[in-house]
Design a protein around this ligand. Structure first.
Ligand code: ADP
Ligand code: MG
Length: 333
């Protein structure tokens, strides 16, 4: 209790076929039998978990995310966020996008978490028929510090507001919540939402993500014996690409996007750092600096469990960006 729990996992994706074709060299590796990553031949970074290109979605889920789903059922809030440059594997790891290629991929964190959640709830119900639970999902996008509802096609322009209720719970006022009763239902709800996601062309990647996408699974458990109600939630966050404005050659609108993206990512880094620094415990945590940290406030720190997944490309072409992601991630511990 009272123990702040932020864990950091690094995942190095494999070289993509086109990178192999163009002779890209691998510049970052997992140090065998450790949670360390080596960049080049002399720079080492330590994390709670490190996964190389051969790690499966299952392995990743089982060791990093499964415990958070169990704690969700126990009544604790949790957040998983994927950080990294565009093309590093954030969406692949979360398993929220790429509808077309979904069949050939093993399911990512979101699908596995939902499947696990319904198994655990089924077990609870089997053990105690007087218990009941409902699961609701919301899916919002944060683009240039503006929130948009990805589950509300017709009122997508409606303003959403972040509020804190008197018990310290963060609520996105106006966001649609859809009741789901299976992992498959969640998948189809998210697929509908993905069609609305902001993407835009940059010089660096033809369809890079310019916004943060936040899936929230809200669990409410009722105990009919004593009339108690327990609420908890799990946020699954696909952050905007971490690459800097200068590198992508952005100007105008794209530059403005980058400024907002950097503000959000910087604020998130500062919050995580404040939470994981033992000397700063009890001190000010700068949640209010950006919408992303305000939104996640009740699920970062306190009794909540947080997993940061730092995704990196193995290619030597991305070495500068990979270095900055590894530095960001290792400072979070
Ligand atoms: P991001 O969301 O960070 O921009 P993506 O998740 O879209 O990156 O990944 C970029 C590409 O790399 C995609 O083609 C994806 O299928 C592939 N990829 C990412 N991670 C892995 C992995 N662990 N194994 C195999 N392919 C991967
Ligand atoms: Mg993506």
């Amino acid at each position: 209790m009272g123990e702040v729990c932020v864990r950091v996992a690094v995942r190095i994706r494999p070289l993509l076929p086109k990178e192999v074709l163009h002779n890209h060299q691998v510049c970052v590796r997992v140090v065998p039998d450790s949670a360390q990553v080596m960049l080049g031949s002399d720079r080492t970074f330590s994390f709670d978990h490190a996964f190389g290109p051969t790690a499966s979605q299952d392995q990743f889920y089982e060791s990093c995310v499964k415990p958070l789903v169990a704690s969700l059922v126990d009544g604790y809030n949790a957040t998983v966020f994927a950080y990294g440059q565009t093309g590093s594997g954030k969406t692949y790891t979360l398993g929220g996008g790429h509808v077309a290629s979904l069949v050939e991929e093993e399911s990512g964190i979101i699908g596995q978490a939902a499947a696990d959640l319904f198994v655990l709830l089924g077990e609870r119900r089997a053990a105690d028929v007087r218990s009941a639970a409902d699961v609701r999902v919301s899916y919002v996008e944060l683009y240039r510090e503006e929130l948009r509802d990805l589950l509300e096609l017709h009122t997508a322009h409606r303003e959403l507001h972040i509020r804190e209720d008197d018990r310290g719970n963060t609520v996105v006022v106006g966001a649609r919540e859809t009741v789901i009763t299976s992992a498959e239902e969640l998948q189809s709800v998210l697929e509908a939402g993905n069609a609305l996601r902001h993407t835009g062309p940059t010089q660096m990647n033809e369809r890079s993500s310019r916004s943060h996408a936040i899936v929230t699974v809200q669990l409410t458990q009722h105990n009919h014996d004593d009339g108690s109600v327990r609420s908890s939630k799990l946020h699954l966050v696909d952050l905007a690409g971490s690459e800097r404005a200068a590198r992508t050659g952005n100007t105008g609108l794209r530059l403005k996007e980058s400024v907002h993206i950097n503000t959000g990512l910087l604020a998130l880094g500062n919050v995580i750092r404040a939470l994981s620094d033992p000397h700063r415990r009890g001190n000010h945590v700068p949640y209010r600096d950006a919408k992303i940290t305000r939104l996640l406030r009740d699920s970062l720190g306190g009794s909540a469990h947080t997993l940061m997944v730092a995704c990196v490309s193995p290619s030597h072409h991305n070495v500068t960006e990979t270095l900055s992601v590894l530095q960001f991630a290792s400072r979070a511990r």
